[in-house]
Design a protein. Structure first.
Length: 494
């Protein structure tokens, strides 16, 4: 009965202390400022005129309609080192968040100990019931201890906000890794196909220029052409040949980049994938006809903006914790202890007890250490607000530049295709004239060289336009799935 009454009284006192703590917890020390962007443009310059389609940012690389590229991106997103590392950071952040919140909950530990006594010389030990003496006694004590620092002044709220912000930052980092990896794989694939196409066209140009140089050299030997013309024709042939190694280097480099991005060592490709990469294919084309999300929506989609926002919220939480360290703390400790004889009769009977000890501490004088820490964290918070706004402005700039590059890339590609079509008509005329005997072989080969030059320019324009399209999707946070800002925030909850 004594134990029940003491336990009941302890619980009542604990409840009263908790009620007081709850009243004090209503006082929040978190800063009221929040990361907000500055003025944003209402629309984009140089953007496509079609209706906006945010869904087009999801799995955008499928728009190339290239199954091999789809396979490479899928493998990279599954096994790429940057994404796997970022995913582990999310796991780490969630574990840290749980640990942070758990530290504010009551901690319960079990304990057990013994008190041993033995008479070595002199009288033996008396029994507690005075019925005799004995040589040794052992009292066993066991039970549970509880300790709890009551989170006054919204300490728990600040810690929870910091934990959520830390997890949001990790999720944004993961999203950023996915966006960057998909774009990197697509760019390397475009570089590979462009190098292969250019190498094939330039090899054809080398053949034509070799034939032309041989003809001019023969004519010079017969006195129908000058040695200078023969030397110039040979110079053109060797100049074309000298450009081939750079294209071979670029093709090999792109293959190795694709391997590393997918988490494998270069040279260890499976046979089927290696053969598919080595087989020459067209430069993939991706037309963007839908308008991108408005600048205000860009802020919600960009992983780096989400990460900067999470950092600002984390700094705000750190400031709230530092301010709370200037205020009093209340700790409650309690224990339930059971004591009994193990050897001998030191106790009359088995006994149980409960204890509850409140402890209040208040900072009085620390040479300004806590105040200095508050000022330091307040400065970090202000810096994070500036960094957030700069990140937003940088994102808008990158997106605007990407749209301009896309717009000009489309115009360049259209002009290059028209030039190639005109060169093809000229080449057809030269071939007909040569077959009719009204044009020399040398003149025909010169026209063929011009056609190949136009083809190389068109290949370069196709690669530039594809890279510009990829740059747009990178700038607007396009990637796998549809992770909006609301989805990230919900997923970040501990």
């Amino acid at each position: 009965m004594r134990f029940d009454r003491a336990l009941r009284d302890g619980i009542l006192r604990s409840a009263a202390a908790t009620a007081v703590a709850a009243a004090l917890a209503g006082c929040s020390l978190m800063p009221r400022e929040r990361p907000t962007p500055g003025a944003l443009p209402a629309s984009w310059v140089d953007a496509p005129e079609g209706a906006a389609d945010p869904a087009s940012l999801t799995d955008w690389w499928r728009g190339f309609e290239d199954p091999l590229l789809d396979q490479l991106v899928a493998e990279a997103l599954e096994s790429g080192g940057s994404v796997r590392t970022a995913a582990l950071r999310v796991r780490e952040a969630r574990a840290v968040s749980y640990s942070t919140i758990a530290n504010f909950l009551p901690q319960v530990d079990g304990f057990g100990r013994g008190d041993y006594s033995q008479a070595l010389d002199g009288p033996e030990l008396p029994r507690a019931d005075q019925t005799g003496v004995e040589a040794e006694q052992l009292i066993g004590r066991y039970g549970a201890q509880v300790s709890w620092e009551i989170p006054l002044f919204s300490r728990l709220n600040a810690a929870a906000a910091g934990a959520r912000a830390n997890t949001r930052a990790a999720l944004a980092d993961l999203r950023g890794a996915q966006v960057a990896l998909a774009a990197d794989v697509a760019e390397a694939y475009v570089a590979l196909r462009a190098a292969q196409q250019s190498r094939a066209a330039l090899s054809e140009a080398v053949d034509f220029s070799d034939q032309l140089a041989t003809i001019v050299e023969t004519s010079a030997g017969a006195g129908f052409a000058s040695p200078a013309d023969a030397a110039d024709a040979r110079r053109q042939a060797e100049s074309n040949r000298a450009r081939l190694p750079d294209l071979e280097i670029e093709a090999r480099r792109a293959e190795r980049v694709l391997a590393v991005l997918r988490g494998i060592a270069p040279g260890t490709e499976d046979e089927a994938t290696g053969a598919a990469l080595a087989a020459m294919g067209e430069v993939p084309s991706l037309d963007i006809t839908a308008a991108p999300p408005a600048p205000a929506d860009l802020v919600r989609r960009r992983p780096d903006v989400a990460q900067a926002e999470a950092l600002a919220l984390l700094r705000a939480a750190d400031l709230g914790v530092a301010r709370s360290d200037l205020l009093p703390r209340i700790n409650l400790t309690g224990a339930i202890t059971v004591s009994d004889n193990v050897t001998g009769g030191a106790l009359i009977e088995r006994s149980s007890g409960v204890s509850l000890t409140p402890f209040i501490s208040m900072p009085l004088f620390d040479w300004g250490t806590r105040l200095a820490e508050v000022r330091a964290r307040d400065s970090r918070f202000e810096q994070s607000l500036i960094q957030y706004r700069d990140t937003v402005n940088g994102a808008v700039q990158e997106a605007a530049n990407a749209l301009t590059a896309l717009d000009q890339g489309v115009k360049r590609l259209e002009a290059a295709r028209r030039a190639e079509a005109a060169a093809e008509i000229s080449a057809q005329g030269a071939r007909a004239a040569h077959e009719a005997g009204i044009q020399s072989l040398a003149d025909r080969l010169r026209v063929e060289q011009l056609l190949i030059d136009a083809r190389l320019a068109r290949i370069d324009a196709e690669a530039a336009q594809a890279r510009a399209a990829i740059g747009v999707y990178r700038a607007f946070g396009g990637g796998p799935g549809d992770e909006s800002g609301d989805a990230l925030e919900e997923a970040a909850r501990p």
